[in-house]
Design a protein around this ligand. Structure first.
Ligand code: ACO
Length: 324
């Protein structure tokens, strides 16, 4: 079999939905000033889901994976590859993918994480697609799972209002027909200072600033430019003209970025799937969460062509074009 095909999706959100108004109140108590109006006008975000102490990337990822397996009606042990995209792994090791494998009761096949921040899901999808195409795997779970709330500086109003937690999963299997037509991945570390967590743990102590910092305007410009470029590139590689793309699922960072990319690609605004208003930016989870929302609400249908795009710290970016 020459291709991989997406056969199902699933998602998981933590139980706590926090509106902009509730977040503003909570931050005001710490002396951090923001408002629903500012957040909606600049980002389109209306609420986000925040993890409880017991939620982890693997627990959310396993829930999303189970939902995808249920949708497809296939047993967990038929999965021979699990790829988890995350920047907020449960532990340094083992990988979050191994914990997901454990939670699903699977004992075999391959399981590993990929780290490309908000482009991680597209990187994971491209990796699973390549392994299926070579015959190394036949059925794969590709999961984006994040608890980004744990790496935010809650005193920095320029970043802490933008993110949420959650997980999404796509189930892929080997197929004679596409499926995924093509994927394209890129990285350029010259943009690294615009988005990073420049700290960590060393010799038992925290060093640097291990929370997310961002130059919002620089990120905005890079994101719009590269998502336009890679969207065109993957369509050309697939031999599919942009005007026959049915749905665009870009990384859900900010509604203004989504609108600008949709316009640059020459796509009608209603072709873009938008969930950033409900989920905020869930990093590697944002594309599969949006995909699952669109599939379950009946927007995505068999035969539709879907362009998925991610961009994140590194900088990293990429796109995948699939027929459902
Ligand atoms: N509430 C109220 N005021 C705020 C807040 C807030 N949450 N955050 C910043 N401000 C204030 C600033 O202090 C500043 O005030 P000043 O004029 O008195 O100095 C004012 O708002 C304007 O600040 P800017 O940073 O210039 O605001 P900007 O219009 O650039 O919007 C934003 C900021 C929304 C982050 C924008 O730059 C953006 O959308 N960037 C894209 C970044 C993004 O989406 N990143 C997601 C993560 S990266 C990724 O996923 C790839």
């Amino acid at each position: 079999m020459k291709y991989s095909k997406i056969i199902a999706s699933g998602s998981a959100l933590p139980g706590l939905a926090v509106s902009n108004a509730a977040l503003s109140e909570r931050l005001a108590a710490q002396g951090v000033e923001t408002s629903d109006q500012w957040i909606v006008e600049r980002t389109g975000i209306r609420q986000r889901f925040l993890a409880s102490d017991s939620d982890t990337s693997s627990s959310l990822g396993a829930r999303a994976a189970r939902a995808a397996l249920e949708m497809a009606g296939v047993p967990a042990d038929s999965v021979d590859l699990i790829v988890v995209a995350t920047s907020t792994p449960d532990h340094i090791f083992p990988s979050t993918a191994c914990y997901v494998q454990r939670d699903l009761g699977i004992h075999g096949g391959a399981a590993f994480d990929v780290q490309a921040v908000c482009a991680g899901f597209v990187y994971g999808l491209a990796t699973a697609d390549a392994l299926i195409r070579t015959g190394a795997a036949r059925r794969a779970l590709v999961i984006g799972a994040e608890v980004f709330s744990r790496i935010l500086d809650w005193t920095d109003r320029g970043t802490c209002v933008l993110f949420g937690d959650g997980a999404g999963a796509l189930l892929l299997e080997a197929s004679d027909a596409p499926g995924i037509h093509a994927c394209r991945l890129h990285a350029d570390s010259r943009h690294e200072p615009a988005l990073r967590t420049a700290g960590g743990v060393r010799n038992g102590q925290v060093y640097g600033h291990p929370f997310l910092t961002m130059d919002g305007q620089a990120v905005f410009k890079i994101a719009v430019t590269v998502l336009d470029q890679v969207g065109r590139e993957v369509c050309e590689a697939s031999g599919v003209p942009l005007d026959s793309v049915d749905w665009l699922i870009p990384h859900q960072a900010n509604v203004r970025i989504l609108q600008a990319v949709t316009k640059r690609l020459g796509l009608a605004p209603e072709k873009a799937i938008v969930t950033v208003d409900q989920h905020a930016n869930t990093s590697a989870a944002s594309v599969p969460l949006a995909f699952d929302h669109a599939l379950r609400s009946g927007m995505l249908k068999p035969g539709h062509r879907v362009l998925m795009e991610g961009v994140g710290g590194g900088f990293t970016w990429g796109a995948a074009l699939a027929t459902l």
